[in-house]
Design a protein around this ligand. Sequence first.
Ligand code: FEO
Length: 397
Amino acid sequence: MGPVKIADNIYWVGAVDWNIRDFHGYSTYEGSTYNAYLILDEKITLIDTVKEHLYEQFIGNIKQIIDPKKIDILISNHTEMDHSGSIPRLMHLIGKDKPIYCSKMGKKNLSLHFGDKFYFIPVGDGDKLSIGKRELMFIETRMLHWPDSMFTYIPEEKILFSSDAFGEHYATSKRFDYEVDKDELFKQAKKYFANILYPYSNLILKLVEKIQKLKLEFNMICPDHGVIWTKNIPDIVSRYVEWSKQEQKSRALVVYDTMWHSTEIMAEEIVKEIAKEQIDVKLMSLKSCHRSDVITEVLDSGAVLIGSPTLNNNIFPTVSDFLTYMKGLRPQNKIGAAFGSYGWSGEAPKVIEKLLEEMKFDIVSPALRIQYVPNAQGLDMCRDLGKQVAARLKQLK
Ligand code: FEO
């Protein structure tokens, strides 16, 4: 992809990663982009870089606009290497003495990645930097989602460079929100939120409040992944607020794996009963569904039921994988329950229940365990669990 002019003298010069399908454990079926932005002013300024292996695409884009050696300033909004990976090669080309503006934690973290050989200049929340006609403002966004994260804002054009916030892993030849399918865009934005920003929901709500108090206006929000927000800014901001509030929803999600179909039979019976009670419910097998898709459904579900057979006195590996992932993403305000078939010891449902309790899930019913294959009585117990979950969710309607 070539460079794209996004405003007068401001260009997208990032890279499109069409073929990436795994982003540190997150399934990126639609690829991704790493966005970098070039501002032509008295001081030519570059915001962020790209993953190291896409350096040639990125530098090729800059070269179509200016000689990269003319860049005066680099701003690093975030240290993670999908945005900083090309810094060493870039600085070698443009001059190691050129300043790299970053947050205080950015200076520390960039030094821990690349050593002290670059001229890092730390900036704080609200600090300003004149680059000529424009005076950039920095907004510290610590832990959204790394300690070093920050935003850069151009008041003159009302453009926010929002680092990972408002991003999507979505490779496309288009650069703006109004050019792509809206449903697909919001689907990818939600998945991104669920897999990257979910644990920091409270910080997002505080940040939105702070930005409202500052009375900042936005013509454009330029994230480091996916497309640039223009026409859909109010919509994506209100969705971030909605997702961050984590209000309970009257919807159930049943997640499971199975060895000899007994836990699967249980899961299906529970789902049938919940549906019979007119509650929206979704069934996801961890053999078929990726953890990052399941967690996206968790975001929309008031109840999450987890089923696992007992294998070697413990939970099934895929279930363990998912629970570890979900624990790290810290969903709030969930009703939960555990279930599973077992042969002789039956630890799995109890282990799951304990983990759900540690995650502060409200356990709706004691772990349901059925030996070997569910019989008529066992199926009754599954239906009873489904009924209890449905009854709790109906209270939310
Ligand atoms: Fe896109 Fe936190 O890096």
